[in-house]
Design a protein around this ligand. Sequence first.
Ligand code: NAD
Ligand code: IPM
Ligand code: MG
Length: 356
Amino acid sequence: MKIAILPGDGIGPEIMAQAVKVLNVLGEQFDMETADVGGAGYAAHGHPLPPATLALAKSADAVLFGAVGDFKYDSLERSLRPEQAILGLRKELGLFANLRPAILYPELAGASTLKPEVVSGLDILIIRELTGDVYFGKPRGVRECPDGPFKGEREGFDTMRYAEPEIRRIAHVAFQAAQKRGKRVTSVDKANVLETFQFWRDIVTDVHKEYPDIELDHMYVDNAAMQLVRAPKKFDVMVTGNLFGDILSDCAAMLTGSIGMLPSASLDASNKGLYEPSHGSAPDIAGKGIANPLATILSAAMMLRFSFGKTEQADRIENAVKKVLAQGLRTGDIFEAGTTRVGTEEMGNAVVKALG
Ligand SMILES: NC(=O)c1ccc[n+]([C@@H]2O[C@H](COP(=O)([O-])OP(=O)(O)OC[C@H]3O[C@@H](n4cnc5c(N)ncnc54)[C@H](O)[C@@H]3O)[C@@H](O)[C@H]2O)c1
Ligand SMILES: CC(C)[C@H](C(=O)O)[C@@H](O)C(=O)O
Ligand SMILES: [Mg+2]
């Protein structure tokens, strides 16, 4: 069980240290190797995804990733910016299926931005396609506007695209995930405006024919954003493209109390995966020791479940998280009156202690 540990930037190293601590006390033989990535990769090796880091990620059985992003590198050419590291890893490792489970722990009902009755018992799975869409479509850049009222002026442009096999494989992931859950899939698109997403809708509808036991509905992304905050429990599995999934999953995070609670798994066809919290490097709180490490710890649990088949150990971690929340321990992002405010390290230590 070789794990590439890529802490990254900002709060990345702080939250990663807690997840590693948890992995270290499980009594398993993990071979963990750490490497620089993101701004840290650029600072040490001149590239956000240094060749040695990519080689380590490829050779490992799983990757545990912190976060990348550092505003001091915003003026670099795009290919050298920290965020390219995570985009490059997803592409290079073929990690096309991003699973972001938004689960509300009952203790955090008061921390959610929604009324407790709207979110109590919330358990939805957002499946975001991760290697296509406008994120990777070409051509892109800045050019002279070829037509229309701004002809001859400069314009920025990107290309939204999805190949049929890309839509088919993510649709299969969604239907198969739904078979193990509430048997409902909502495919989120913008078929009323975008060619790419009318095609998406047609292909998802076609794949659905192979899953008669699953209920499928289609929803426009603007409505889906609204329904997520109106009645989120109506969703079971939500499947969508790269850009819409990025936005909707941050939105869903707040239903669970905080972005610091949302883990994720990014899987290839064989369930080799990269596991990371859904949030970023949080430069505004980096170095203060106050970041919530639970999304990263829960991502480690997803790694044990999906990549190593260690269901019992994954359950152990998830139960330990439940226990510390029941003890009333809270980092600042989920703090409420009557609970006990703790820092990143204290939270990590509490999870270790709660493992039993
Ligand atoms: N996968 C990734 O590595 C990833 C994901 C998202 C953003 N980013 C990058 O991170 C940088 C910062 O982006 P941003 O500010 O838009 O988003 P962000 O997710 O880093 O932070 C948004 C807000 O949430 C808070 N937050 C995030 N994680 C938290 C945690 N664990 N505990 C408590 N509070 C937390 C932050 O303090 C901030 O106020 C950018 O460079 C961005 O590109 C990276
Ligand atoms: C950092 C950025 C490239 C990334 C994305 O947009 O996919 C992030 O927002 C995420 O959600 O993992
Ligand atoms: Mg995001």
